[in-house]
Write a protein that binds this ligand. Structure first.
Ligand code: NAD
Ligand code: UDP
Length: 315
């Protein structure tokens, strides 16, 4: 069972699970996902898409080996547009997904986020760090929803005997990100490809560490197969300033788009880089796709979405 399987990461996870021969049911309400992401599985008898809201109790017939819970808006633009839905997905959605895992005696994986560290005062971020989150700030609906989901998952583990783990995903990128989801990678690529100015927030000195989606999916599955309770960081420790990322994407796109500096959103984390010692040690996992290769694959995918005529516009 994959919740949020019609989204960016979830759809790659469904593909990988089918490649490995698992029967997969995905529940998704299409709030930020799309059936297009699952087009490759549309006629696959081993795959079922249930359009539904995880905030309502849900079920599947037969045994379930694992519940992988991803359903939640994830980009800052999306969770700003859908604050209550985001909090409900973290609370009611996580409760219903945990209840399914309890009924089915299934392994449960909460796909959490580096945002639980907020604007971190510890760098790089280790799992033992409790974070620095503004509980009423513009990112609070997402950060606190995920922190609540982690607490709920822990309670189900300790008091209801559910076999749970928590993975904290750091910025993941790749094909199937929505061009208009507002995140840095799709914005920079689509801006560079169309010759429009590239919007760098603040002075661009804030940092992020980018993990290619195939690596993130492999990490989620490694956590599902392990018996570790988490939380476990999953991310690529290679850290970029945002302005360096903008220049790099522009170069890889062969674009001459200018950089423009726009307002830094409130509470935008200054620094972000995962310490992945735990994932390396207990999962034997680490990212294998370097940023150049991953960005090129993503750029090619976005170019294919634009079609040949539009791509000729690039300066
Ligand atoms: P996404 O928006 O592409 O996917 C989320 C999916 O969840 C969408 O298909 C959406 O329709 C679905 N969804 C939302 N609310 C739902 C509900 N109530 N019921 C059923 N489905 C619902 O985002 P993504 O980037 O693929 O993120 C997937 C998960 O990974 C999220 O839980 C997110 O918090 C986590 N994560 C992502 C990143 C990243 O960099 N992409 C980083 C950290 C954590
Ligand atoms: N960002 C930017 N220009 C954009 C979109 C984002 O400079 O067009 C910045 C954003 O302010 C943040 C970083 O890039 O500092 C990563 O933003 P994203 O939304 O991708 O992820 P998150 O903030 O959730 O890590």
């Amino acid at each position: 069972m994959v919740t949020g399987g019609a989204g960016f990461i979830g759809s790659h996870l469904c593909d990988r699970l089918r490649d490995e021969g698992f029967a997969v049911t995905c529940v998704d309400n299409m709030l930020t996902g799309s059936a297009d992401n699952l087009a490759g599985l549309a006629h696959d008898p081993g795959f079922t898409l249930e359009v539904g809201d995880v905030c309502e109790p849900f079920d599947v017939p037969g045994p379930v080996g694992a519940v992988l819970h991803l359903a939640s808006p994830a980009s800052p633009l999306d969770y700003t547009e859908h604050p209550v839905e985001t909090l409900k997905a973290g609370a009611h959605g996580t409760l219903n997904a945990l209840e399914l895992a309890r009924r089915k005696d299934a392994r449960f994986v909460l796909v959490s986020t580096s945002e639980v560290y907020g604007d971190p005062l510890v760098h790089p971020q280790v799992e033992s760090y409790w974070g620095n989150v503004n509980p009423v700030g513009p990112r609070s609906q997402y950060d606190e929803a995920k922190r609540f989901a982690e607490a709920l998952t822990t309670a189900y583990r300790t008091t209801k005997g559910v076999d749970t783990t928590i993975v904290r995903i750091f910025n993941t990128y790749g094909p199937r990100m929505r061009a208009n989801d507002g995140r840095a990678v799709p914005n920079f690529i689509t801006q560079a490809q169309s010759g429009r100015p590239i919007t760098v927030a603040g002075d661009g000195s804030q940092t992020r560490s980018l993990c290619y989606v195939d690596d993130t999916v492999a990490g989620i599955l490694a956590a599902a197969r392990s018996d570790h309770p988490g939380p476990i960081n999953l991310g690529n420790p290679e850290e970029f300033s945002v302005v360096a990322l903008a220049r790099y994407v522009r170069e890889l796109c062969g674009s001459d788009s200018p950089l423009v500096f726009v307002d830094l959103p409130a509470d935008d984390p200054r620094l972000r880089r995962p310490d992945i010692t735990l994932a390396r040690t207990v999962l034997g996992w680490q990212p294998v796709v370097d940023v150049e290769k991953g960005l090129k694959a993503t750029i090619d995918w976005f170019a294919a979405q634009r079609g040949p005529r539009e791509t000729e516009e690039v300066g």
